[in-house]
Design a binder for this molecule. Structure first.
Ligand code: LLH
Ligand code: MG
Length: 385
């Protein structure tokens, strides 16, 4: 039996064409150098699983104190056992071992399993389908002329997205620190302009400012249902489950969530049993990996609920191969000034190209399907821990 021999985080420089603002929202930027990191888990036969990570969640202390002791010498295929043992270390880690850290390890182990067996992860997850429609997920509103600064900008961009093939679009409207944000009136104006521009046959969703009050969220939700939007996402702080139940009870438009709440699959079960959402949400880095995300999908399915997957990337795409109760792949974040299809230099090809009907085929490569340029990464490595 092969056992896990090493866990390494490699920090390297690459080129980005987007940057996050002071509130963590991504916007276009001139090409600039950024640091990225790759987690590599290697077994005693030399088979490796790799995933791009945020190194802050996998600092040397986290690797040495929690991850290496739990994983080294273990069978890398025992993902359920390893995930549970790590999840139970979180309590005593007092916030030092995040759901994201669990997620990165779990993704690397799934990638390793795929490489060991020569199969794509979406097949290992059950191959519920071989392709999935994508929705175009826009960046947040901004103040860039000709960007996403006005309702008319959102409308013009939505028309372009439909021309590219997308049959569904999710708007992220204006959020602080953008001047004048948030504004229910402006959000309604953007949603109205987009519906008028694309007509009745394109599915539309809204992900608005996440700190509206109950009354603001209700007003916005009522406008969205008039405009026949498909779902209403995260208009309030998600820690308040009772606020979402209050909102969902009063709206006909499906309320979706939670996206950012900590607590893995356990929090998602609370949202279901509280009646706080009409569509559940999961995501590989949100809930601690593919392993708990699959539990979330099946939990939702047993309640006849759809469960939509948050975020793009190989892990979330593979996860959609485990289910049919997630209708779409979230492709983005998109902006009229950014070519989303441009492949960054540390990859040789994209994992999620869309066809002219807005559909993404699952990759045939083994593992998660990322096409890393390992030589390029090696020649741009800053340090490894
Ligand atoms: O703030 C942003 O840039 C987006 O809201 C982002 O977090 C995105 O991942 C999201 O919410 N998608 O649904
Ligand atoms: Mg969201």
């Amino acid at each position: 039996m092969a056992t896990i021999e090493s866990l390494a985080v490699t920090v390297f420089t690459t080129v980005a064409r987007t940057a996050v603002d002071s509130h963590g929202h991504r916007h276009p930027a001139a090409p600039h150098e950024v640091r990225e990191a790759l987690l590599t888990v290697t077994d005693s036969d030399g088979v490796a699983g790799r995933v791009l990570v945020q190194p802050d969640h996998l600092r040397p202390h986290v690797l040495d104190k929690y991850l290496r002791p739990a994983l080294l010498g273990q069978d890398p295929l025992d993902r359920e056992r390893l995930w549970t043992s790590l999840a139970r270390k979180q309590r005593g880690a007092h916030g030092g071992l995040t759901d994201r850290a669990l997620g990165f390890v779990d993704l690397a182990l799934w990638d390793l399993a795929g490489h060991r067996l020569g199969l794509p992860v979406w097949k290992l997850l059950g191959g519920a389908r071989s392709e999935v429609p994508a929705y175009a997920s826009t960046m947040c509103g901004d103040e860039t002329p000709g960007g996403l600064a006005t309702p008319a900008d959102f409308a013009a961009f939505a028309v372009q997205l439909v021309e590219q093939g997308y049959r569904a679009i999710k708007l992220h409207t204006w959020m602080p620190p953008v001047a004048g944000a948030p504004s229910v009136a402006l959000d309604i104006a953007a949603c109205t302009a987009v519906r008028a521009a694309v007509g009745p046959d394109v599915e539309l969703m809204l992900d608005a400012n996440h700190w509206y009050s109950r009354t603001e969220a209700l007003k916005l939700g009522r406008a969205l249902q008039e405009l026949d939007y498909y779902w209403f996402e995260e208009p309030m702080e998600e820690a308040s489950i009772s606020s979402y139940r209050w909102l969902a009870d009063q709206l006909d438009i499906p309320v979706i969530g939670p996206e950012t709440s900590w607590g893995k699959n356990f929090t998602r079960a609370e949202w279901v049993t509280s009646g706080a959402c009409d569509i559940l949400r999961t995501g590989t880095t949100d809930v601690g990996g593919i392993t708990p995300a699959v539990r979330t999908l099946h939990l939702a399915e047993a309640f006849n609920l759809d469960c939509e997957v948050h975020g793009n990337g190989s892990g979330n795409l593979a996860l959609l191969g485990a289910t049919t109760n997630g209708r779409w792949y979230e492709r983005g974040l998109l902006h009229p000034h950014v070519d989303f299809d441009e492949v960054p230099p540390h990859l040789r090809s994209a994992v999620d190209p869309i066809d002219k009907h807005g559909v993404v085929r699952f990759p045939e490569r083994p593992g998660l399907g990322d096409d890393f340029d390992l030589d390029w990464i090696a020649s741009h490595t800053l340090d490894a821990s």
